[in-house]
Write a protein that binds this ligand. Structure first.
Ligand code: GDP
Ligand code: CA
Length: 329
């Protein structure tokens, strides 16, 4: 089975680790090849180092190096370097960078500086985490830098004034505490899909959209020129999982992101963002809202409390994809 997934960080990574647990437990699926197209709109340069939070969360989670308690960063990491940077007055301090994690950003920045593309660098980093041995290929959505910026009110500049800040400053620095007026993916007009991205969508047996943030994770991947058309054109069924349960995101600030688009925090609104290519849609039991356009709806438990429930959820998504594929054949 060739499975292709679009993903952000924590929600995407937990779902995809569940997918791996699911396929590895089934002899008929064990040889599956999983290609993950990761969001790079969260990327940021800090202390001269290129940091790719979503790619790293995916890599550490699948490679079994993630700090489970926070969902990002290296397990049992320490903050010696960050403490020293603070002692010098180094900024910013609001973005957590562990000592082990620093090594990833240092070597990534070195390789990028030597002229390797982000795909090549990501491939090298993934070797250390044994992703290929697990049947996983991790691709950045694009090799061109794209950075999501957020338009917020600029209180100091006066009534009605706005300013654009980096996504991480809004999300991590401010805890999304001020309303987002709009999101802009800076660099997206020059971005091309990274090598292998469109092929992975076109040649997949099933395409999965984990319950990643529909606006600033999946939405940014979808805005890379060519990606949306590939999803519309692929013969593979596209199955997505709602990140919204009971009118709220399970984790994070997807509600604030949907509000910036003028949308309510509902599974229907999220499905609407995927309407032109969506074939299957998983919602929580009791939330079988009507979704138009011949989308096959299925209600299953959506909470990924531990690895087992994540594996069950991923298994449910894959089964729906396989079912839809069999009906087409
Ligand atoms: P980020 O880049 O680290 O913010 O992670 P993602 O974009 O991949 O995922 C964030 C989304 O995952 C949020 O909108 C959450 O609502 C969703 N999410 C997190 N945990 C769960 C869960 O257990 N079940 C479901 N259905 N969604 C979840
Ligand atoms: Ca992210």
């Amino acid at each position: 089975m060739r499975i292709t997934a679009l993903a952000g960080g924590i929600g995407g990574a937990r779902f995809l680790r569940g997918l791996l647990d699911h396929v590895h437990a089934d002899p008929a699926l064990r040889e599956s090849q999983i290609t993950i197209i990761g969001n790079t709109g969260d990327d940021i340069t800090l202390f001269g180092l290129r940091v790719c939070p979503d790619l790293d969360t995916l890599m550490y989670t699948i490679g079994d190096g993630i700090e489970e308690s926070q969902g990002w960063g290296r397990r049992n990491d320490t903050r010696t370097v960050q403490g020293e940077l603070a002692a010098y007055g180094g900024q910013p301090q609001w973005f957590g960078l562990g000592d082990l994690d620093f090594a990833t950003h240092i070597v990534r920045s070195q390789w990028l500086g030597q002229g390797l593309t982000l795909s090549e660098v990501t491939g090298r980093l993934a070797q250390r985490w044994g992703l290929a041995q697990r049947g996983v290929t991790l691709l950045p959505m694009s090799d061109e830098p794209v950075e999501t910026h957020v338009v917020v009110d600029d209180q100091e500049a006066g009534e009605g004034a706005t300013q654009a800040i980096h996504f991480q400053q809004w999300w991590v620095g401010m805890g999304a505490g001020v309303p987002a007026r709009a999101f802009h993916a800076i660099g997206i007009d020059r971005a091309r899909p990274a090598p292998g991205v469109l092929e992975a969508i076109r040649t997949a047996d099933v395409v999965l959209l984990p319950p990643s943030n529909p606006v600033v994770s999946i939405g940014i991947v979808l805005s890379v020129p060519g990606v949306r058309d590939a999803l519309r054109g692929t013969s593979a069924p596209v199955v997505a999982v709602s990140p919204i349960v009971g009118g709220a995101p399970v984790r994070g600030h997807a509600d604030a992101c949907l509000a910036a688009l003028g949308l309510p925090t509902t599974p229907e609104a999220v499905a609407g963002l995927y309407a032109d290519f969506l074939d299957g849609w998983l919602v929580a039991p009791g939330e079988e809202h009507r979704v138009g356009g011949g989308v096959r709806l299925r209600a299953v438990p959506l909470l990924m409390r531990e690895r087992e429930s994540a594996a069950r959820l991923a298994g449910d998504a894959l089964s729906l994809g396989v079912e839809l594929r069999a009906e087409r054949a």
